[in-house]
Ligand binder design. Structure first.
Ligand code: GLY
Length: 369
């Protein structure tokens, strides 16, 4: 079985190496499915960290020397983003820098990651218990100090990592509060996830539930469900607060109960056009990586076995149906509402498939990052 995962890993690793040696105008963001040519983001948008994360994983698990210098080089390119007013610095500086410290004890990863984490913590609203989206958040609408979404729960992991390195309990408290408040904002009683919420920044009171990228405010956008799974699982991995594990398990159980029989989610679980609509392999890859984390975190052995089996079947479906021989994960749906990259290779989908394959191939302990 392991050779199957290793073969898929090799395909993705080849794509990473070819991308690293190609002339790029910025961080690889998404690529067209026919030619595989990258649309790049000069400053990293919200996704640049996933590219760095693939380089850090490659550096940690192969003897190929250039991966580490490429990872350091791209990590330094995140420094201009330290003070960007966006909560998505969580993605940029955890995957894009902190992974270097976590996987290799790398000083560049540590310094850049800590700079990002400390600056992000300054945006915390203690009354609301939230890191708000911020005025420069990379969403097409509804950003600022009064907006939140489940995509940002993962930011807690960056602050928890920094808290541990610096011995700064305040950062750990922010991490816990941010992840816990999003349970109230985004987790519905049945375990499905609502992407977004508005709140009063002066009192912290919840004002409305809605979506940035789903089909309707009351639908379940595929990536919202997956971001909830990974965000709360990671927050529990770092902070060991039982409510975080319960939230991650509720979201995971809902995913398993509602995903299609062939394991690969449609872009929104409530699109009436299903099955004649887009898949989102990126949501599916996030879910698979989350299930592997949860299998290592849950205390219940049956549940752990169920999550592991589901993750294996999901990754198998992705590599059999959507991974090209040259390592491109197709059929990711970035933003169906505005028609952006709806059937593409998306760097974050590739990252989470790469992470999951490292775990399945035995090259990475699931709760290390
Ligand atoms: N906001 C992150 C995403 O589109 O998934």
């Amino acid at each position: 079985m392991s050779s199957r995962w290793e073969a898929a890993l090799e395909r993705l690793r080849g794509r990473v190496e070819r991308t690293a040696t190609a002339p790029l105008s910025g961080f690889p963001h998404f690529a067209d499915p026919e030619e595989g040519s990258w649309t790049c983001s000069p400053a990293g948008d919200w996704t640049g960290g996933f590219w760095n994360g693939m380089l850090w994983l490659s550096a940690a698990t192969t003897a190929h020397a250039p991966f580490r210098s490429w990872a350091q080089e791209w990590t330094r390119k995140l420094l201009p983003r330290v003070h960007s007013d966006t909560v998505f610095r969580g993605f940029l500086f955890y995957y894009g820098a902190a992974l270097g410290d976590l996987l290799l004890g790398d000083p560049v990863g540590r310094e850049v990651g800590l700079a990002g984490a400390q600056a992000l913590a300054e945006s915390f609203n203690p009354v609301a218990g939230v890191l708000p989206l911020g005025n420069e958040a990379e969403e097409a609408s509804d950003v600022g100090r009064s907006e939140a979404n489940v995509d940002t729960v993962q930011s807690s992991a960056l602050l928890s990592w920094a808290a541990r390195l610096l011995g700064d309990e305040r950062l750990a408290q922010i991490a816990r509060q941010h992840a816990l408040r999003h349970i109230e904002f985004c987790l519905r009683p049945d375990g499905s996830v609502c992407q977004s919420a508005s709140f009063d920044p002066a009192t912290g009171a919840l004002r409305r539930w809605y979506t940035h990228k789903g089909i309707r405010d009351d639908s379940t956008w595929g990536r919202a469900q997956a971001w909830g799974m990974v965000g709360w699982a990671l927050a529990y991995q770092w902070e060991r607060e039982a409510r975080l594990l319960a939230a991650a398990e509720a979201a995971a159980d809902w995913w398993i109960a509602h995903r299609p029989d062939d394991y690969v989610a449609f872009w929104d679980f409530d699109d009436p056009a299903i099955p004649h609509t887009n898949r989102d392999t990126s949501a599916t890859a996030i879910a698979a990586a989350s299930l592997l984390k949860l299998a290592g975190l849950t205390a219940d052995r049956d549940r752990a076995a169920r999550y592991r089996a589901e993750a294996e079947a999901t990754v198998a479906a992705l590599i059999e149906g959507y991974l090209t021989p040259d390592g491109r994960l197709l059929a990711g749906c970035y933003n169906k509402r505005i028609g952006l990259a709806t059937n593409h290779e998306l760097i974050w989908g590739s990252y989470y498939l790469y992470e999951a394959l490292h775990v399945l191939a035995g090259a990475l302990e699931p709760n290390r990052i």
